[in-house]
Design a protein around this ligand. Structure first.
Ligand code: HEM
Length: 533
């Protein structure tokens, strides 16, 4: 740990008295760098301590299962600001060694270091923290590695082609309209917008990934939607609690049987949809081949279904020769997992920041009026390219509050990063929250300034200084999809409502989970703009 000769600063010492145990934990201490010794920090999730006694609440405000042992909402406020302070104060060379219990990880905080990691074709292996996703996602694109990942990435890239994404704009518009209607009922009240946005993005991803309506916005009791929430929470819980990590130990906890129950709902639903879509796919092909349906026929157009990612996978599967049903399932499940919470967080943080900056909101409104006048027609592809200022707001919100707060990789060979020789087997952590606050690239980094992303202002900026969608070969395959979805939903909402944030950035406690969340939600007050709602 390189403590020799170094000065030890004890920052925090907590004593927690549980029902029958006394736990004494050093929450964070820093060994200040001397000579060539890496700066060390011991990070211990405060959640471990606080959730021993807390009764937990889910996003929708419901209590979570008894099997969570009260380990629900995590209390890690201060964790990221603490990390930021560390980089700024002690590490001039951009790598910090962090200890999570007995495990050492190396956090990379500078654009130069991030480039070495994310730009590499070799450092593509995910760290062990991603393993807890595997019961649900198996080894789909997010969690796979090596040649499997290479082949899948090549196979899946065309499914995110611009032409295909164009078809999804109808879904974005339709679900935005439902959202606007639901929010209309909240006008004049102070409320947390996050659950509303999450249900909207869930509806979007179910329809675009699987071609199925789960109506999460209207039907808050959907078993599938509930299982998505619960399974995500179990993964997070395991990631932050060492005693739940070995499978043999995890199986001793009731949470393991909850996991089995949620998995059978999640996999059962995807399996059924795959079966049904395959039958529809074969039927369609048969009718086309027999000539009973021709593309120019009206009947064909009426019958023509909206294609979902799943249909493209079924087509690419070549009847099981290239992809089996299980292969298809892991990719669809991956889209379901990766494609809704991330976007929901991004939209919510954008609203929070816009609602805190009247001058920015004014400019967004002017742009929306310029593009749409006072009509309430749906958003078109052409409109999206006109909404340039809104796009800058979205980018700046993702800089300050990147939906994916951490990414981790495992080194398969010795590697030098920013002058440090890191050994094979090391876990590397990239923390966009910290990378995005480097004053070298983003002067006055805490301020929300959409103009940072004006074309003239991004010139010359280090390409790895801004990585909300990761970068390099393992970047986010859904980036374009997400940007389109965000724009349509935000434009739809901001055409109808004036948004006022009830909390300031300094009042918000951040939760570092699989995504970066506000601990107590985002409280907004909406005022209708004109006759539309
Ligand atoms: C604002 C929204 C989004 C953000 C900020 C985001 C961010 C990211 C990040 C940072 C990664 C890299 C993760 C890592 O290395 O551990 C990633 C990967 C991925 N994302 Fe997204 N994402 C978003 C939306 C989406 C959507 C809508 C989809 C699918 C419809 C999607 C699908 C994926 C997949 C499949 C990967 C794995 C790619 C690979 O390893 O080849 N994402 N995303």
């Amino acid at each position: 740990m390189g403590v020799g000769g170094a000065r030890l600063v004890v920052e925090d010492l907590l004593v927690v008295v549980g029902a029958s145990v006394v736990v004494v934990v050093v929450v964070g201490f820093v060994v200040v760098e001397e000579g060539n010794i890496l700066p060390d920090v011991v990070l211990l999730d405060k959640a471990v301590l606080t959730t021993f006694s807390s009764s937990s609440e889910s996003d929708s405000g419901e209590s979570t299962d008894s099997s969570n042992f009260g380990l629900g909402v995590e209390e890690v406020a201060g964790y990221l600001p603490h990390g930021l302070h560390l980089f700024q104060t002690w590490n001039k060379r951009s790598v910090v060694r962090a200890w999570i219990g007995p495990l050492a990880i190396f956090a990379v905080g500078s654009a130069e270091g991030v480039e070495v990691v994310l730009g590499s074709n070799k450092i593509i292996d995910k760290s062990r923290e991603y393993n807890f996703l595997q019961p649900w996602l198996a080894t789909g694109l997010l969690t796979s590695t090596g040649s499997k990942w290479h082949k899948r990435r090549k196979l899946l890239t065309p499914t995110f082609h611009f032409k295909i994404l164009e078809d999804f704009i109808h879904v974005f518009n339709e679900q935005s309209a439902v959202l606007v209607k639901k929010l209309g009922e909240k006008v004049g009240q102070d409320f947390d917008i996050f659950p509303f946005i999450t249900r909207c993005t869930l509806d979007v991803i179910c329809e675009t990934a699987m071609g199925r309506h789960v109506n999460a916005q209207s039907n808050t009791d959907s078993e599938y939607v509930e299982a998505v929430y619960k399974m995500t929470r179990i993964v997070q819980t395991r990631q932050s609690r060492p005693w739940l990590q070995p499978d043999w130990l995890f199986r001793l906890f009731p949470m393991a049987s909850d996991q089995s129950r949620y998995l059978s709902i999640l996999h059962g639903f995807t399996d059924q949809v795959i079966r049904e879509r395959k039958i529809e796919f074969k039927q369609r092909n048969k009718e086309q081949q027999s000539g009973s349906l021709k593309e120019e026929d009206e009947e064909y157009l009426l019958k023509k279904p909206r294609l979902a990612f799943l249909d493209l996978l079924i087509e690419a599967s070549q009847d099981g020769k290239v992809l089996s049903d299980l292969d298809i399932r892991e990719e669809v499940d991956t889209f379901m997992f990766e494609g809704h919470d991330t976007t929901a967080a991004a939209i919510t943080w954008s609203l929070f920041l816009i609602g805190n900056h009247p001058e920015v909101q004014e400019k967004v409104s002017e742009e929306l009026t310029r593009v749409f006048g006072d009509s309430n027609r749906p958003v078109t592809m052409a409109d999206l390219s006109e909404l340039k200022y809104l796009e800058c707001c979205i980018k700046e919100a993702l800089r300050l509050y990147p939906s994916v707060p951490l990414m981790a990789r495992e080194l398969m060979e010795d590697t030098t990063i920013c002058g440090y020789d890191l050994p094979v087997g090391s876990t590397l952590m990239i923390v966009p929250f910290i990378v995005h606050r480097d004053p070298t690239y983003f002067p006055d980094p805490e301020s929300f300034k959409p103009e940072r992303f004006f074309p003239e202002n991004i010139q010359g900026r280090h390409p790895y200084a801004y990585v909300p969608f990761s970068a390099g070969p393992r970047n986010c395959i859904g980036q374009k999809f997400a940007q389109m979805e965000e724009k349509v939903i935000l434009a739809s909402l901001l055409r109808r409502f004036h948004v006022n944030s009830l909390d300031k950035p300094e009042d918000i406690s951040l939760l570092v989970e699989l995504i970066l969340r506000p601990r107590d939600g985002i409280r907004l007050h909406l005022t209708p703009k004109m006759q539309h709602c």
